[in-house]
Design a protein around this ligand. Structure first.
Ligand SMILES: Cc1cc2nc3c(=O)[nH]c(=O)nc-3n(C[C@H](O)[C@H](O)[C@H](O)COP(=O)(O)OP(=O)(O)OC[C@H]3O[C@@H](n4cnc5c(N)ncnc54)[C@H](O)[C@@H]3O)c2cc1C
Ligand code: FES
Length: 277
């Protein structure tokens, strides 16, 4: 059992969860993830670590409500307990002095990119942060991310921010403006990762994407998270989740992510006590 120290809604549909787990807090590094179960009958879901407090012994993740498990998690209150919380899992992101690093995050990835941007800054890089939101009221952790960034951009679909467009278009503009970027790191939905990788491919800028395929055990045993990188089969949970975005076989990833689509909808309907359409 692990205790939830804090669960709060950051913006509509996106929540923060802080869990007491000194063993995980002491070991986790940027880019790694944890696996948790919201209740005993639920499934195991992976979430990227968004922050940690080694002294307090807590780990923070940011999650977006998309299906049954994340709905259940969003209803848990501070002080309640979850039956499973394991980690840190996966390989940590490579943090070195690369020069200029552009950190791109969207939806839950705004939280997940934070420890990477912070570590890149601490390693002596110039950090450009580019966040993607549908509208201004969906932006969170702006202060935190600005504090570790040399330059800060937000792309949104409303008129609120100066960059009124999707992240890849803003990324292309940032590159056109003459900035030399040595590395791009991206976390968020698969479409965002794919479009970031495609935006940098012609320029040959190394682009690391944090993949989020379906996962079950998270320890390399079940094969659920199989991805193809170049001509090699990899398991995202143990070989990743970070991979070179220019080598990912994207069509396969998009297709495998849809494998349980009908079961996911059925599960949500069942849980919400609604008739499956
Ligand atoms: C290594 C790793 C790290 C992850 N880190 C995070 C994180 O930090 N925060 C977070 O919110 N999620 C993260 N995810 C995704 C998260 O695990 C899933 O969103 C979660 O398992 C969904 O469970 P569910 O039962 O709520 O939804 P499901 O019933 O499994 O899915 C419901 C529907 O939503 C779609 N969907 C699932 N995930 C997403 C998504 N991320 N974005 C858009 N649509 C989606 C599915 O295709 C499906 O149609 C991560 C995944 C991996 C593999
Ligand atoms: S989740 Fe089972 S092998 Fe990766």
């Amino acid at each position: 059992m692990a205790k939830i120290i804090r669960r709060e809604k950051l913006v509509p549909n996106i929540h923060l969860i802080e869990i007491e787990s000194p063993e995980v807090a002491v070991k986790c590094r940027p880019g790694q993830f944890v696996i948790l179960m919201p209740d005993e009958k639920g499934e195991r879901i992976p979430l990227t670590v968004a922050d940690w407090d080694r002294e307090k012994g807590t780990v923070t993740a940011v999650f977006m409500v998309v299906g049954t498990s994340t709905h259940k998690l969003s209803l848990l209150e501070s002080g309640s307990e979850i039956p499973v919380f394991v980690g840190p899992l996966g390989k940590a992101s490579t943090i070195e002095k690369f020069g200029t690093v552009l950190c791109a995050g969207g939806c839950f990835g705004i939280g997940a990119i934070y420890p990477i941007a912070r570590a890149m800054k601490e390693a002596g890089n110039k950090v450009i942060t580019l966040l993607d939101v549908k509208a201004n009221y969906l932006l969170y952790w702006e202060d935190r991310l600005r504090a570790v960034s040399d330059e800060f951009f937000v792309s949104s679909r409303d008129n609120y921010y100066d960059c009124k467009d999707y992240i890849p278009k803003v990324l292309k503009q940032v590159l056109k403006d003459g900035r030399k970027i040595d590395r791009v790191v991206s976390i968020g939905c698969t479409y965002l990762l794919y479009t970031c990788a495609e935006a940098t491919r012609p320029l040959g800028i190394k682009t690391i994407v944090s993949l989020n395929p379906v996962m079950v055990d998270g320890t390399g045993m079940c094969g659920a998270c199989r991805v193809t990188i170049g001509d090699k089969t990899k398991f995202a949970c143990v070989d990743g989740p970070d991979f070179d975005g220019h080598l990912v076989k994207w069509e396969e990833l998009f297709s495998r992510r849809k494998s349980y689509f009908h079961d996911e909808i059925r599960s949500l309907c069942y849980w919400e006590n609604k008739v499956f359409p």
